[in-house]
Design a protein around this ligand. Sequence first.
Ligand code: SAH
Ligand code: MG
Length: 218
Amino acid sequence: MAQNSGVAARPDTEVLAAFEAATGFMPVDEGLALYAAAAEAAARTGLPLLEIGTYCGRSAVLLAAAAREAGTVALTVDHHRGSEEQQPGWEYHDAALVDPEVGRMDTLPRFRRTLHAAGLEDHVIALVGRSPQVAAVWGTPVGLVFIDGGHTDEHATGDYEGWVPHLAGDGLLVIHDVFPDPADGGQAPYRVYLRALAEGFHEVSVTGSLRVLRRSAG
Ligand code: SAH
Ligand code: MG
């Protein structure tokens, strides 16, 4: 297995361009760290890479590219109706993402365009539903769990409790939007991060608000 060359894997220029062109919430430095973690987890475990929080596919492009390299697949879960802070009238609302017929957000069409443009449709399985419901019926281990879904305690905790049991022993847990200082952002992902540390994970890397964790041996 090609792993641990000592140099973090980087996405190729086409993948990076597709990532940068996609609508979403991840800066490039965090995206590179996510890709490196995904590439390592895929090479090490050979297992699917799981994301909670597809949105328009920005980070999913990176997981899909890493999965393709390793001959596995990315799984990405979202009900595609948006988080609390993405609803009309809230800070992160994008009116272009509302389905006018239904009158609610629908990020699934934009996500599909993102994947198509990136040439990565064959390397992703989109799971459209609520994270805890999907997790409850899920049955195979995954090599990476990337938590980037809802930012309330209920949702972040549900993502952790639902998916960490499916994470392989040598897999990686990645959490986005971890802000130790409340002035920088909501605290739910940070609380999940603290819980993971208390429950046998240790930190592998920090890039912006992106934390990569691994289960401690023993
Ligand atoms: N990873 C994306 C950003 C995700 S935004 C990027 O790189 O740009 C968070 C997403 O989580 C939203 O699309 C929202 O619909 C979804 N979400 C929030 N709570 C959820 C839940 N309980 N189950 C499934 N999806 C959820
Ligand atoms: Mg995020």
